[in-house]
Design a protein around this ligand. Sequence first.
Ligand code: ADP
Ligand code: MG
Length: 541
Amino acid sequence: MIRVLTEETINKIAAGEVIENPASVVKELVENAIDAGAQSISIEIKGGGFQLIKITDDGSGMSSDDALLCFERHATSKIADIEDLFSLTSMGFRGEALASIASIARVDLITALKEGSGTHVEVEGGKIRSVSPASRNQGTTFEVRSLFYNVPARKKFQKQASAAFAEVHKLVVTLALAHPEIGFELTSNEQAVLKVGPASGATFLEKLSFRISDLFQNSFLTTKLQAKGAERDYNLEGILGTPADHRINRTGQYLFVNRRPIFSPQVTRAIKEGYGQRLNENRYPIFVLHLNVPPSLLDVNVHPQKKEVRFQEGEFIRQFVKTYVHQAFGGLAPLAERPAYSFPEHRESWDMPLTFREKPQEVSALTSHEQVIGLFKHYLLLDGSTVNGYQPGIVWVDLQKAQQQLIWHTLNQPQPEALAQGLLLPLGMELSSIEAQEFSERQTELFRYGFAVQCSGKQSLLIEAIPPFLDETDAVEAIRLVLQSGEDFPQLSEKVACFAVRRKKSFMLQEALTLWRKFKQLDLREGITWIGMNAIENFFK
Ligand code: ADP
Ligand code: MG
């Protein structure tokens, strides 16, 4: 026999998907408060949340009509139709949370659009029990009692109150890091657990930094490094721990995309790559990192409990995150941003202390105002009429080729060693016996490429400085290339240049411009193509 399910049953089924434990109730209610523009949110918990969850906000509040309507399934003020799902910026969006919560608990809602005249709605097991006028300040209070009282199966599997509260606590910390401009207060059985006021600061990063100190005192990060970057419509801002602040698990990692806490192995890996060799394989950096990504380029999982997102431009995101995390350490951009390493006077005597030179001079700015058309993979496109020495059309720069030439050019300068750059932590490297033999003969040659290397054992090396054009992660392999090749300088320099750029398939805009400026300054030409207006017009005929 086919039966039509009642609205109450449907709500209970939906609740099963959305509401797993007290923490899920807190999440839904706090996110609603955030969506309502609250400046401060207070969260009161009793009995791990099974007894009471009370959320008070100073947001927009609701009219008495809305106060009744909000418990209906699919009642939402956040989207009107399916199109809106793709441009979504608010937290909740399905209008299901309140209907679900109300179906499995006793709920009191007190809300007011402005001081004084408010509404009190009582709901139990999904049924409205009473509606009456109430007085309060602008904002909303939800009191959720006896969670799961009418879902015996769910209740039996619930953890102890203390474990349930621990989850709530973790969630509130995460939400507080997602929204530094909002104040949060959390109590458990009337004991204050956490209290942070709206973070002060002129910029988002300042606020975030303030929030981190406020929340963790100094137990989380001893030194805060700031990461900041923007490319196209992507934006990254975050606070990173130094390598010394690492952990042996991922507990200190807070990642947000468009203010939502998310889980993304892809981004976490890119962050780790940004730390390079500063961290061992099995160590994890700690960070609070915010990414802003155009919603249309995200595959948001519409299931409210899942925190994983997929990026449509995965490889771009990887490079983007890696580059700007890298730069937080004082810059390890591919071209000359690390502190220059100066070789001891007598290259062969390694007992001298190693010294570091100052950062090399910035490449001078462009003289004319060159108009960038865009960046496509490893090509930079410029408006020809704005580039010195070119006619109207498109100047098409192959950045990979340009970088390769620059490296080759640098290596073939009379004093290439001035460009060697010190590593914060020296790198170890094991050699085969043949390589060890080769090393004793070619040590000086390695200097020429910008490596400062010394023996740390019969068959092991310590790498203290590397050429600026090389990624730290490639250093060991590059030394092998030199040791294993039969060729000598300068033939080998071309190979080294080629090696250094081989994996560089995309560029960040800032990086591309620095490269292009330097390239022009040296008057190098290879890799530049000019497409004249005639050719372009003919193409579109
Ligand atoms: P959703 O958040 O997906 O829209 P909910 O069931 O969580 O669905 O909430 C339903 C509606 O109730 C919201 O769209 C909003 O209009 C209103 N609402 C819920 N909580 C609040 C609040 N704290 N302040 C103001 N309005 C709220
Ligand atoms: Mg919601």
